[in-house]
Design a protein around this ligand. Sequence first.
Ligand code: PA5
Length: 468
Amino acid sequence: MAEQITLYYKHALSQIGNPEHGLSIDEINRLGDKIAQITTKMNKDRQAGKLPYRDLPYEDLIRRRVTDLAGKLKGKYETMMVLGIGGSALGNIALQTSLNSPMYNLLPDSKRPGPRLFIIDNVDPVQFGSLLDYLESRLDKTLFNVISKSGRTAETAAQFLTVQEMLRKKLPNAKLTDHIVATTDAKSGTMRGIVQKEGFASLEVPDGVGGRFSVLSDVGLFSAAMCGVDIEALHEGARDMDQRVKKADLMENPAALYAAIQYLFYQKGKPLSVMMPYSYQLKDLCDWYRQLWAESLGKEKDLQGKVVHVGPTPIKALGATDQHSQVQLYREGPNDKVFTFLEVEDFGQEVTIGSAGQVEELSYLSGQPMSKLINSEKHGTEYALLQSKRPCLTVRFPAINAYTVGQFIYLFEVATSYMGELLDINTYDQPAVELGKEATFALMGQEKYQLLKQKIQPVCDIDNNFLI
Ligand code: PA5
C-alpha cells in the first residue's frame, strides 16, 4: 500500500549482542495470547462506545463541521491564535509544525495557505504579552480559537478573558462573535455556558474523548483546516492505520507490537522511553506523544485498586541536535532506556551542501544532499547505541504528509491503549493532575478552595532558614 509508515524492530531483539538488553522473539511471542485477549476486549469496548477516540477518523460529520466553518472564515483573517493547553493545544501544534513549513508565519500572504498561526499553551506574561503587543495593530484581522473541554482550565480561561477584554477595548465597534470561535464540550461546562450567552460560533470536543486523544476531532482539525492541512487525508491515514492495529495477531499489529516491546523492556528495567525524531517537522509530534504516554500510563493504582506506581517515562530528543547534548548519557549512562527513532525517507525538499573548496578535511560533505547527512546521523547514532547494547526501534515515514501523520497519530493512540491494558491501569483518567490545579485555584483566591489555601500557604511561604 502507498506511503505506509512502518515499525522496524530488529534492533530491539537480542541480536543486539546481549540477551539482557534485547528481547527474544520467543519472549515477544509469549505475549501473543495476552495481546489477542486485549484486542478482543478493546474491540468490544469500542463497539460498546467506550473508546470513542477510535471512531473519530470515521466521523464525516466532524470533517464537514470543521470544513464548513473553516470555509466560511478562511480569507477573512490574517492571523489566528489558538488558546488552549495540554490536550487542547499539543495536537494543534504538532499538526501545524509537521504539515506546514517551519517558516509558515513568515511567508507572504500569497504563499501561506491560511492565516498566520500562533498556538500559545502557557500563561507566561512575557510570551503572552509580546504576542498581544504584536496583535494590537492587527486585531481586526485576527481570529481566536479558544479550546477547552471544561472551560475551567485556569491557563486557557486567563488567556481567553484577557483576549476578550482586549477585543472589547480596542475594537469597541466590532462584534466579539466575529473574532472568537470556541471548541468545547457539546452540552455542558463553563465554556459552553459562555458560548450560549455570547453567541460565539462553536465546535465540539466529542463526548468521552479526553484531551490527549482528541487531536483528530474538531479540537485539532479546525486550526489545521484553517491553515490548509488536508484533514480528509489525516483521517484517511488514521483509518488505514486502524485496519492494521485492530488485528489480533501481535506480529501483524504495529500498535500491539510497539506496546509489547515497550512493556517487556519496562519489566526488564528500562523505564525510560526516548523518542528521537530525525526531522524538525516531527519534533512537536513527539511532544504530543510525550503527553499521551505520560498522562495515560503514569498511574498510582491498577484496575484492582492495588498501589503499583507504574509508568514509563517518555523523553523527547531531537536528532541530530540532541546527539550533541544527550548521546554521551544514552551510551555510557545507565542502560535503562529504549529508543524509538523517527526516520524520513523523502523529505520533499532538498538542500545540497556547499563546496568545501580547498578544505580537504570537509570535502566528504561537498555537494552531498543534506537529507543523506541527517539520515546518516540517525544510522550512525543507532549503530553507536547498539554497540553500547541499547535497544532501538524505528518508525519510518516514507514522507511527511497528512496521510502519514494521520497514521502516526492513530498508531500511537492505540499503542497507548495496549500499553495501558498490559499495565492493567486506567489509561483514560488523570487523577493526579487535579491537586495542582486546585492548589492554583486556591492560591489565585477562588472562594471554594480557601481551606486548601490555608494548608498550602505554609508550604509556599519562603522559609528564610533555607535560603542561601
Ligand atoms: O489530556 C487532557 O485531558 C488534558 O491535557 C487537558 O486537555 C488539559 O488539561 C486541558 O483541559 P481543557 O480542555 O478542559 O481545558
